[in-house]
Design a protein. Structure first.
Length: 139
């Protein structure tokens, strides 16, 4: 589980995950921008996003939303190329906390081996993306 605090409202934090223009602004890294983002933000709706990799290839993720509430986003995820070891499930929940919002993200991997292999890949990118999102909330 990853936890991050933002200087934004819960609605703003959830919107950052459900608005393609917002996602393109903060998710990824300058050398690996999110350049494709198609979202159908409803229960059963699908999403598909791609990052332009430095070598010219693309890293794709797609999935289906299975939970969308005022405080929660849940969805399946499949990556191509598959670096997560199979299907994953992501559950994000927001909590108002004084003048900030706490975001908890739980990712369920296909296996413990897949989880352990993914942590080293995901942690640096996630930290960078959270910093970019916080900077957008400061504008």
């Amino acid at each position: 589980m990853a936890t991050q605090s933002f200087s934004a409202t819960p609605v703003q934090v959830l919107t950052a995950f459900l608005d393609a223009d917002w996602l393109k602004e903060w998710m990824g890294a300058p050398e690996m921008p999110l350049d494709t983002c198609d979202l159908d933000c409803r229960l059963g709706g699908r999403f598909r996003c791609a990052w332009a990799m430095p070598d010219g290839s693309k890293s794709w993720v797609g999935g289906i939303y299975d939970e969308l509430t005022d405080t929660t986003i849940g969805h399946s995820e499949v990556w191509r190329p598959d670096w997560t070891g199979g299907d994953t499930h992501v559950h994000r929940i927001v909590f108002a906390q004084e003048n900030r919002t706490l975001l908890r993200t739980l990712i369920s991997f296909a296996s413990p081996k897949a989880r352990d292999a993914s942590i080293g890949t995901m942690a640096p990118g996630l930290k960078n993306s959270w910093a970019r999102l916080e900077a957008l909330f400061q504008q």
